[in-house]
Write a protein that binds this ligand. Structure first.
Ligand SMILES: [Zn+2]
Ligand SMILES: [Zn+2]
Length: 374
């Protein structure tokens, strides 16, 4: 009732209500419940759900899933039971959401990858199929509290007798008792286990993006519906390429003579690091025009990072590859080289050094800084 959209003022309430409904739908539908019991995801609309859901926009991790919730409480509240009497706790609760991190190389992040991730979680106990009982018997009503899950305790005080209700110690508030708990899970219906799943990561992800896998988190107590799994991406730095939004950037050192004369370079693409890269995409050809200045940036269109959104629509526009030229001044000249350069300077009638006025306006410092940052 607290999260019902007619009542709640909380901005998250509508989402919470949807999640509550979803949980209820699962518990009340034996088919869907059976899917959960097998560790699957009855709410997914395709295999593995929608890995793009929540991409980028997700910010509220843990606000809802962090503590699990008691479905008995929520539905009691929604279907008109007074909220002051709690009644017995449900043994079945939704599992917690889980956040795990995975490292990707830059090519994996840029072009997408299906990657196995291993994490510690809770799964439905195989021995008892989640019932928590050794012999699959139904729990029996607790005789100490008659199934209410709470007992009234009287205490004398200077104000007279005080009566308080407490969770029943015999059944821990469940109102029933599993006569012979499953030895594997001690009656909890779930067991801690390491699990490895293949996660499909779309091309174009960056550090901090999270892939949302519905129903792949922890199975809840009492084999309750699994929480969600979030896989957070961490992209490792690359030796050559640096990512800048949808562009890839690199720096090429160019001898002074070639900068003046112009040249051509074949550049190994980021794609060439993929095992299945077609030959024609292994290299790109760059024409360096004569008179190229140090710090200038040449661009090869369409060799950057695919846009996540375009990827989702089945299109594939990519950013650009930016190549910043670092013109190298020769050092360790022998006498012949020194003479040639002196001759060249004389032929060109080159004046001495010149102080640059307002270099900031020409973007000179920024270009250099951008090329080497990151
Ligand atoms: Zn068990
Ligand atoms: Zn009891």
């Amino acid at each position: 009732m607290k999260v019902h959209p007619d009542v709640a003022t909380d901005r998250d309430a509508e989402d919470k209500f949807k999640q509550v409904n979803e949980a209820y739908e699962v518990l009340s539908d034996p088919n869907k419940r059976a899917i959960f019991d097998r560790g699957g995801d009855p709410m997914s609309h395709g295999p593995g759900g929608d890995p793009f859901a929540n991409m980028g926009g997700f910010s509220g991790f843990g606000s809802y899933g962090g503590q699990g919730f008691d479905i008995g409480d929520l539905f009691g509240a929604m279907f008109g039971q007074a909220t002051t009497t709690r009644g017995p706790k449900s043994r079945v609760r939704r599992g917690q959401d889980q956040l795990i991190r995975t490292k990707l190389t830059l090519p994996e992040a840029v072009f997408g990858v299906t990657k196995p991730v291993t994490f510690d979680t809770y799964l439905v106990c195989d021995s008892c199929s989640g019932s928590g009982s050794r012999d699959n018997r139904e729990p029996v009503t607790c005789t100490q509290c008659n199934g209410r899950g709470e007992v009234v305790v009287s205490q004398r005080s200077i104000l007279g007798e005080i009566r308080t209700s407490q969770p029943c110690p015999a059944c821990q508030g469940y109102g029933n008792i599993i006569p012979e708990p499953c030895p594997e899970c001690s009656g909890h219906g779930r067991i801690p286990q390491q699990r490895t799943i293949n996660v499909k990561i779309p091309g174009g992800v960056d550090t901090g993006n999270r892939v949302h896998l519905q129903g792949q988190g922890e199975v809840g107590p009492g084999a309750g519906p699994a929480g969600d799994l979030y896989v957070e991406i961490q992209v490792q730095p690359h030796d050559v390429f640096r990512r800048d939004h949808e562009n890839l950037e690199m720096v090429v050192r160019l001898p002074m003579s070639l900068a003046a004369l112009g040249t051509q370079i074949d550049i190994d693409t980021l794609e060439s690091e993929l095992p299945d890269c077609p030959d024609e995409r292994r290299q790109v050809h760059l024409d360096v025009p004569a008179g190229t200045q140090s710090g200038s940036r040449l661009v090869i269109n369409g060799h950057g990072v695919p846009s996540l959104r375009a990827n989702r629509r089945g299109e594939n526009p990519r950013g650009d590859l930016g190549i910043t030229m670092l013109v190298q001044t020769p050092t360790k000249l022998d006498s012949q080289q020194r003479d040639l350069l002196a001759q060249l300077a004389q032929l060109r009638g080159e004046a001495g050094p010149e102080v640059l006025t307002k270099p900031e306006e020409k973007g000179f410092f920024n270009r250099l800084k951008d090329a080497f940052s990151g």
